[in-house]
Design a protein around this ligand. Structure first.
Ligand code: ZN
Length: 314
């Protein structure tokens, strides 16, 4: 068990800074599992979950949980965009570049390219690779596993996280510079977890994903001694085609008392768009189809055409 500096960078003035990582478990070969979060600095849920996971696994290594044993090594990088996390910025603060558009990176390149190169080198040989994200500052996502053109093995493994939804997507022909895209070139399995909303911690989501990661480590045999219930919840697979989206038909203030993860019926009331000056109801937002509520807008101020709600139909 140890933590070390994955990347060391010098700063224009005063102290250098680093991107630290945890390496926990038997020190032989490549880490069996690599967890990454904070490629986007304002996605706090993932940073919190992985920092807590590192604390838990370190305690396991130190014997605080006598029934548990780490059989293989785990690599955890809680915050790749460490400067963005310090300033609650999605992008890399110096040049506003998106760290998740810098892969596979370049050892001799600019800072974000060197970071990308180092993160990919550290993680690419793991049998299992997991990248945690949140949505943006406006939209809350139900904790879910995202699969991109998955192999049958990845589709099977995705169930082991025990999260309520598994969303399949095609690898984007446009965003070829993401960590996920680069991982795909390597043997092993890759997963993206989408958790909640950026800018703050939604504790119930974090607790659910934390339990999911521990169960996952147990089910793949990396963490021995975990008592895992048979699939806590039936995992549901959704493709893009089963997503129904509701967009704002006018500007205003969107308010909803709905929480994610519930099933809604066709025509069910989901929230209101109010006139934000006189408070009059402009639109009563209802579900156009029955399904699982997987995403909802939390920043109320709207322009016409903004995404309000996503429902996944069976
Ligand atoms: Zn992200």
């Amino acid at each position: 068990m140890s933590s070390r500096d994955l990347v060391l960078m010098t700063a224009p003035l005063r102290e250098d800074f680093t991107i630290p990582c945890h390496e926990i478990g038997p020190a032989a070969g490549n880490p069996a599992v690599s967890f990454v979060s904070g490629l986007h600095g304002d996605e706090i849920n993932g940073i919190y979950i992985l920092a807590r996971l590192a604390d838990f696994l370190t305690a396991v290594e130190e014997g605080a949980y006598p029934k548990l044993r780490l059989a293989q090594r785990v690599l955890i990088i809680p915050a790749v965009n460490v400067l963005g996390a310090n300033t609650l910025r999605r992008a890399w603060p110096f040049d506003q570049s998106d760290q998740n558009r810098m892969f596979p990176g370049n050892q001799m390149g600019e800072t974000t390219q060197r970071i990308a190169y180092t993160v990919l080198e550290a993680t690419k040989k793991s049998a299992y690779r997991v990248d945690l994200h949140g949505s943006n500052l406006y939209f809350e996502e139900l904790p879910q596993v995202r699969l991109y053109d998955p192999t049958p093995e990845e589709r099977e493994t995705a169930r082991l996280f025990g999260l309520p939804a598994i969303m399949e997507r095609s690898v984007s022909p446009v965003f070829t510079t993401t960590l996920m895209y680069s991982w795909k070139y390597w043997p092993g399995q890759s997963f993206l977890l989408q958790v909640g909303q950026a800018g703050s911690i939604q504790l119930p989501h974090c607790q659910q994903v934390f339990r999911g990661l521990v169960a996952f480590l147990g089910r793949i045999g990396v963490l021995e001694g975990v008592e895992v219930a048979e699939a806590d919840q039936e995992a549901l697979y959704f493709t893009r085609e089963c997503s129904v989206r509701i967009y704002a038909d006018r500007a205003g203030m969107f308010v909803s008392d709905k929480t994610l993860g519930g099933w809604v019926s066709k025509g069910q009331e989901l929230g209101y768009i109010y006139d934000s000056f006189n408070g009059a109801v402009r639109t009563r937002v209802t579900a156009p189809a029955a399904g699982l509520l997987t995403g909802i807008r939390r920043q109320p101020m709207l322009f016409e055409g903004d995404l309000l709600v996503r429902i996944c139909t069976r």
